[in-house]
Structures are given as C-alpha cells and as structure tokens.
Design a protein. Structure first.
Length: 79
C-alpha cells in the first residue's frame, strides 16, 4: 500500500477512515464503526439478517395489533 507502506495482497484497499489496509475491502460501515472485508464479512451479514428479522417481527406485531384493535372496536360498536 502506498499510504501505509506495507506489503498487502492485490485485492486489499486502504480505508481512509480507519487508516489501515483491509483485505477484500467492501466498505466502511458507520453502524459498526469498522471496515467490512474478508475477515468480518460473515459477521456483517449475520448482523444484517438479525436486523431484517427483527424488522419483520416488529412489522408483524404492529399489523397484528392494528387488526386486533380494529376488530375489537367493531365488536364494541355493535353492542
């Protein structure tokens, strides 16, 4: 690398935010405050899967609550 003057693999890139070379550099993630590369790509995808799963669960819970509230209101208005 010409910036850190180290011998690195051909597919490595230098991250300006971390100021280090990262093998198979993908991007610098501000949420986990680190570079996503070959060493932590699996963990980054796991974090994305967990966030996606929690969003699906939250949406399903909100829809269920809205449907439950609307059916309860209809039943109460009929009395």
């Amino acid at each position: 690398c010409y910036l850190c003057e180290a011998n690195v693999a051909k597919r490595s890139k230098h991250c300006r935010r971390c100021n280090k070379c990262v093998a198979v550099f993908d991007h610098h993630c501000p949420w986990v405050n680190t570079c996503v590369g070959v060493s932590n790509y699996r963990y980054f995808l796991g974090m994305l899967a967990a966030v996606f799963s929690l969003n699906v669960l939250q949406t399903a819970t909100a829809v269920q609550g809205a449907v439950s509230t609307s059916t309860n209101d209809d039943a109460a208005s009929r009395l």
